[in-house]
Write a protein that binds this ligand. Structure first.
Ligand code: APR
Ligand code: PHB
Length: 402
């Protein structure tokens, strides 16, 4: 098999890149190790920056998103029994975010790809990327019990945090910067209408809690738990009691309870692999970087990486120039590090440290108070949360640089 761009992985990064390439006439093949049902039902994030929504619309995947997506004009911060609204449009010149589950994005993109797109092979596990330094890199993969090869001009690893693409960087050709956090998230889906129109990020007395949603009938909630937590130790009643305690405010607000339909524990980690390119092998999305979910940046970063790649391959196709591809790693990493910083800061500001010292807790409250008291501090949070520009803007003033 032969193609111009071999894409490993049919998560949001690989699927969106395939659509972007298809629209500009660049041919590609997508290899996905899992089957379609698995890929379409994986529970993941669901908060989309404006730029992510725009990119999905541009490539024809906006129809259901525009009907079912829930547009949010801000978030709520809770601490010490207080609730504070952060007004995104007012602080950012009109920007909003949209709740639409990643699983639904994947379903929409898979349907488009199978309808008119280039080949998307499920059950096709990439085993190795060979000759990434050459002009003709090869992906070796297993499909329907046979080992096959995909000969490419370029290979893009969109194969997530445990994929094979990153492993094809020779020793010494890259470096990973990592940070582990001493807590995890216990996430639930519940058949109950959201208790609030907005996402709530709460620094409760015993730790972090997040109130989110999937639809007007389904709530998504998270609790900070110790690393190594077994979800079996958290019966439904205990989860609701702890969520209610951490989300509690002075005044009348009540957390609605309902049947829990899914429960899982996710550890929190930050890492970034530099560079995001070696020869003709490029990395995008979780294959190149992981952020903790507190800033809701994972999916949005995957989308911004492939938007840059879409532009770079379009330019190559149109003019023969590799200039944008040559700049890809540097350009993408600028945004990746900003999102990594934002996710790190949000995580550290809102979670209780195990064996927390009282000073640290006071620092967290001081940060939260600053955001709720100062327009410029709130604007900084809003700018990062709603999404920084795809490429840094010329520095007219310190504030407009991002
Ligand atoms: N061969 C083929 N496919 C592979 C291989 C392989 N060797 N290894 C992994 N894959 C597939 C996985 O099965 C998965 O479908 O690559 C895909 C990677 O998708 P994601 O993990 O969803 O990563 P990405 O597309 O970068 O999306 C970014 O944002 O919300 C976050 O972490 C969340 O999924 C999320 C992400
Ligand atoms: C989610 O809805 O799953 C979600 C929202 C915001 C986050 C993390 C997860 O910061």
């Amino acid at each position: 098999m032969r193609t111009t761009v071999g894409i490993i992985g049919a998560g949001p990064a690989g699927l969106l890149l395939a659509r972007l390439l298809h629209r500009t006439g660049v041919d590609c093949v997508v290899l996905e190790s899992r089957d379609r049902a698995y890929v379409e039902h994986r529970q993941r994030a669901g908060m989309l920056e404006q730029g992510t929504v725009d990119a999905l619309r541009e490539c024809g995947a906006g129809e259901r998103l525009d009907v079912e997506g829930l547009v949010h004009h801000g978030i709520e911060l809770r601490f010490e029994g207080e609730r504070h609204h952060i007004d995104f449009p007012g602080l950012t010149g009109g920007r909003t975010v949209t709740i639409y589950a990643q699983t639904e994005i994947v379903k929409d993109l898979v349907a488009l790809q199978l309808a008119d797109g280039p080949p998307l092979l499920f059950g096709a596990e990439a085993l190795a990327v060979e000759k990434p330094d050459s002009a003709a890199p090869v992906v070796r993969f297993a499909h329907e019990g046979r080992e096959r090869t995909l000969n490419c001009d370029w290979v893009v690893g969109c194969d997530g945090g445990h994929g094979v693409a990153r492993a094809a960087f020779p020793a010494g050709a890259g470096r990973t910067y990592a940070h582990d956090y001493p807590y995890s998230w216990l996430g639930i889906l519940a058949d109950v209408p959201p208790s609030c129109d907005e996402l709530i990020y709460a620094r409760g007395a015993t730790g972090f809690a997040l109130h989110s949603m999937r639809s007007p009938r389904v709530s998504r909630l998270y609790l900070q738990v110790p690393n190594g937590t077994d979800p079996g130790d958290w019966p439904d009643e205990r989860i609701w009691d702890e969520l209610a305690a951490r989300l509690a405010v002075d005044g009348d607000w009540r957390l609605e309870r309902g049947p829990i339909t899914a429960k899982s524990v996710t550890p929190m980690r930050s890492w970034v692999h530099e560079p995001m390119r070696h020869g003709r092998l490029l990395l995008a999305g979780d294959a190149a970087h992981i952020v903790p979910p507190t800033g809701a940046k994972g999916l949005n970063l995957a989308v911004s990486d492939v938007r840059l790649l879409g532009r770079a391959f379009a330019e190559l196709h149109r003019t023969g120039s590799t200039e944008l591809l040559d700049r890809y790693s540097r350009t993408a990493l600028e945004r990746v590090w900003q999102a990594t910083r934002f996710s790190y800061d949000m995580t550290k500001m809102l979670h209780a440290q195990p064996n927390e010292d009282a000073f640290e807790h006071r620092m967290q409250l001081a940060r939260l108070r600053r955001i709720t008291a100062s327009r410029s501090a709130a604007a900084e949070l809003a700018a990062n949360y709603t999404g920084l520009p795809l490429v840094p803007q010329p520095q007219e003033s310190a504030e407009s640089r991002w």
